[in-house]
Design a binder for this molecule. Structure first.
Ligand code: PEP
Ligand code: MN
Length: 384
């Protein structure tokens, strides 16, 4: 078997042939909190649907019909689903497929939406099987710093530029970012290099401002459960990069993604950035399980942040490679022209040279798994 086939063989998305891509239909269905869904064939008749509704009634269950342009889905709602119901309903005429939904999140769940979601960031595809690399400083510090970093990132083959304008810092006495000026500098770097920009938004009221400049709105680990922020970012419809909270379970992380999608925004990129454990030798513990399990439980792309995951620049290469091997759709890496003088997170930032040296190794691991590196956005698509 070819390596790429080996991956496809274990990807649940490849086992499902149906497509339910209408987000409004899915949101309507999720609100019903169904325990099971029945997807009818496009050719199913009203009699076929009625027969199922009748059978559900016999079990004291309700069938909620969601009618899309192409097909109808029945959400099965009720307290007790008999263990044999799924098998029984699959034998009914007109039924394409059924799925049990046992998770508290619905829209983010793989069962609800078996196909991998691909988030398109100005032409860079996240989640299409390729490996995306986002690189840049923890924080924008000056024009010279961000421009030098952006040029080096582009040169080394990065697909997007990261850089914080509003920084969530554990201590209020440390550098907290340059604010809008940093966003303007990021836009300038994008105009020159063509790299789309990823930057954090910390409060719901800042969303309109940050959204004017950013291509991807980053939601930081400390804000993963700021539900008003999640909803505000959801309402923009823009790509969102959702960091996992320091002490959040995988289920809580996916429930946070649910908040964004429930606003009609399916463009969520999950990001594992290390969690807090008993271990103090590293800043955080990079949870590779969360990458592999995130991909299995959800259709959303999952990327990895080994910079915050380890807190040590000399561990970033190894954990970058391990994350790609664990199935990450990409990496977000902190890089800096002079890490020793960085205003934040210098100890975990790669030099521009070390980053350039790492890129071919990432490509080699991706290649060994039958994956390619993501294609860069065309510079002409990207304006200031
Ligand atoms: C960051 O990306 O610089 C950052 C603050 O990340 P996190 O929210 O994961 O700590
Ligand atoms: Mn940082």
């Amino acid at each position: 078997m070819e390596p790429s086939q080996a991956i496809l063989a274990v990807r649940p998305s490849e086992r499902h042939m149906y497509a339910v891509r209408d987000i409004d239909m899915l949101i309507e269905l999720a609100k019903e909190n169904p325990a099971m869904i029945v997807i009818m064939r496009a050719t199913a008749t009203e009699e076929n649907i009625d027969a199922i509704i009748q059978r559900l009634k016999e079990y004291e269950l309700q069938g909620r019909l969601i009618r899309g342009e192409e097909r109808t889905i029945i959400g099965v709602v009720g307290a007790a689903i008999p263990p044999t119901l799924q098998e029984e309903i699959e034998r009914f005429e007109g039924v394409q497929e059924t799925a049990r939904i046992t998770r508290p999140y619905k829209l983010a769940a793989r069962e609800f939406h078996p196909h991998d979601t691909i988030v398109d960031v100005r032409g860079v595809k996240v989640g299409d099987g390729s490996c995306v690399v986002i690189a840049g400083p923890c924080a924008v510090e000056s024009e010279a710093q961000i421009m030098a970093t952006a040029r080096a990132a582009r040169e080394a083959g990065a697909n997007m530029l990261r850089g914080g304008a509003f920084k969530p810092r554990s201590s209020p006495y440390t550098f907290r970012g340059m604010g809008e000026e940093a966003l303007q500098l990021m836009a300038k770097a994008r105009a020159e290099t063509g790299l789309p920009i990823v930057t954090e938004v910390m409060t719901p009221t800042d969303v309109p401002l940050v959204a004017r400049y950013a291509d991807v709105l980053q939601i930081g680990a400390r804000n993963m459960q700021n539900y008003q922020l999640l909803e505000e970012v959801g309402r923009t419809g823009m790509p969102a990069l959702l960091k996992r909270g320091l002490s959040a379970t995988i289920e809580e992380w996916l429930l946070s993604a649910e908040y964004i999608i429930a606003q009609g925004n399916p463009n969520v990129i999950l990001c594992e950035r290390g969690i807090r454990t008993f271990e103090t030798a590293t800043r955080n513990t990079m949870d590779l399980n969360a990458i592999a399990l995130g991909k299995r439980r959800s259709h959303l792309p999952v990327i990895a942040d080994p910079s915050h995951g380890t807190g040590k620049w000399y561990l970033v290469p190894q954990l970058s490679l391990a994350s790609v091997a664990a199935g990450a759709d990409g990496l977000i890496l902190e890089i800096h022209p002079d890490p020793d003088r960085a205003k934040s997170d210098g100890g975990q930032s790669l030099t521009l040279e070390n980053f350039a040296a790492l890129m071919p190794r990432i490509a080699a691991v991706a290649g060994a798994l039958g994956r390619s590196m993501a294609i860069n956005a065309e510079p002409e698509l990207v304006g200031a």
